[in-house]
Design a protein around this ligand. Structure first.
Ligand SMILES: Nc1ncnc2c1ncn2[C@@H]1O[C@H](COP(=O)(O)OP(=O)(O)OP(=O)(O)O)[C@@H](O)[C@H]1O
Length: 350
């Protein structure tokens, strides 16, 4: 059911949008109503980059926006921060409409609650690592004592202690993006927006920095909105993934739900390149238990890849145990080996 503008969700929601549209064109003021925006879809003169987006982003989650080039990911991210003004709809931060804030109110929120990490790092070339990291604090008007306390802490957090006096050009791409992350975190923002932050990096460094985001997140519990066109990255990082196409949301869900049930061929084409054994849990593939006692059991949240050895080497089916300790089903070696084989095929193909 379509949600009404202004309808507030529960307190676990940090950021949300309702009926969000963005139209690019010569006369955007002509499209102030949702019905006019719908008509503009077919006009050919205007371009509708976002079409009626409704999302809820929970406190402390990594919310990944994924889709092919031109699907509207960056436009969505920018509308959520109002770096780009939405044509219609509302953005709500902690339930309060961001979309009705004046310039001063918006600046305060941006300075104190939000931070961004960009694909091109966007470091100031003439400032040292330490000065780049301290920049948001300086802009905010923090005193020297606070800057001197926070900057070394953030530098160490991203593993760059000892490099604080270097200039950006004296760092590798991966190190530059570590500075970008530290700078974003220095102001202790509630919301972190990351727009394809690792796309310019080679695959090994990219993976290393994904691990860094997971580590930072488990420690700092920020709400992160992470844009990527890489589905494997989305699955690795996301608590929730929204998949976009032509400015619309095609599917939203936990990585495991999307991988297990892609809604259409578009999503299916991304899922086809993923090793499912790393995403799907035992609970998902279990069949009804035929016994109440098993010699070997596994946690229903464990990923297939984590229990593969155990299941393959057991004599007979293995019990799957839910969070209250009850046997909720069973899995057998044939199912697990079949999934592992298909995962290997996908790895070979990619
Ligand atoms: N200022 C603008 N004026 C007109 N059209 C625009 C403008 N900015 C973006 N668009 C169009 O809106 C659509 C969505 O762009 P957007 O940058 O949000 O996509 P994206 O999914 O982030 O793509 P990419 O992964 O290539 O960055 C694209 O077709 C783009 O050409």
């Amino acid at each position: 059911m379509k949600k009404e503008i202004g309808q507030l969700s529960d307190s676990s929601v940090k950021l949300s949008c309702r009926n969000l549209w963005k139209l690019y064109g010569p006369f955007p003021e002509r499209f102030a109503q949702e019905s006019q925006l719908r008509q503009a879809l077919n006009s050919g003169r205007e371009f509708t980059a976002l079409r009626d987006i409704n999302l809820d982003i929970r406190h402390g989650e990594i919310f990944v926006v994924m889709g092919l080039s031109g699907s509207g990911k960056s436009t969505l991210l920018r509308c959520l921060t109002r770096l780009v003004e939405p044509s219609f709809g509302e953005v709500l931060l902690d339930g309060a409409p961001l979309t009705s804030l004046d310039a001063q109110g918006l600046m305060n929120i941006r300075r104190h609650k939000m931070a961004m990490v960009f694909q091109n790092f966007a470091l100031l070339p003439h400032l040292t690592v330490a000065e780049n990291i301290g920049l948001p604090l300086k802009i905010r008007g923090s005193d020297t004592a606070e800057i001197n306390r926070v900057v070394p802490e953030m530098t160490a957090l991203v593993g760059l202690s000892g490099m604080s006096q270097r200039l950006p050009h004296q760092l590798s791409g991966g190190q530059q993006q570590r500075v970008g992350l530290a700078r974003a975190l220095a102001g202790d923002p509630e919301l972190l927006f990351l727009d394809e932050p690792f796309s310019a990096l080679d695959p090994l460094i990219r993976r290393e920095l994904q691990g860094e985001v997971i580590r930072l997140q488990s420690r700092l519990k920020k709400t992160m909105i992470f844009v990527t066109h890489d589905f494997n990255e989305a699955v690795r990082l996301g608590d929730t993934i929204v998949i976009m196409k032509d400015g619309k949301v095609v599917q939203t869900g936990a990585p495991e739900d999307i991988v297990a049930n892609p809604i259409d061929d578009y999503v299916g084409s991304f899922v086809a390149g993923v090793d499912q054994t790393r995403v799907i849990s035992c609970g998902r593939i279990a069949i009804p238990a035929k016994s109440s006692a098993y010699a070997v059991t596994v946690d229903d949240r464990a990923k297939i890849v984590e229990v593969a050895d155990l299941v393959a080497n057991s004599n007979g089916p293995v019990g799957v145990v839910d969070q209250s300790g009850h046997v909720s089903g069973e899995i057998d070696a044939t199912t697990v080996l079949r999934m592992l084989a298909s995962g290997s095929r996908e790895r070979l193909a990619s």
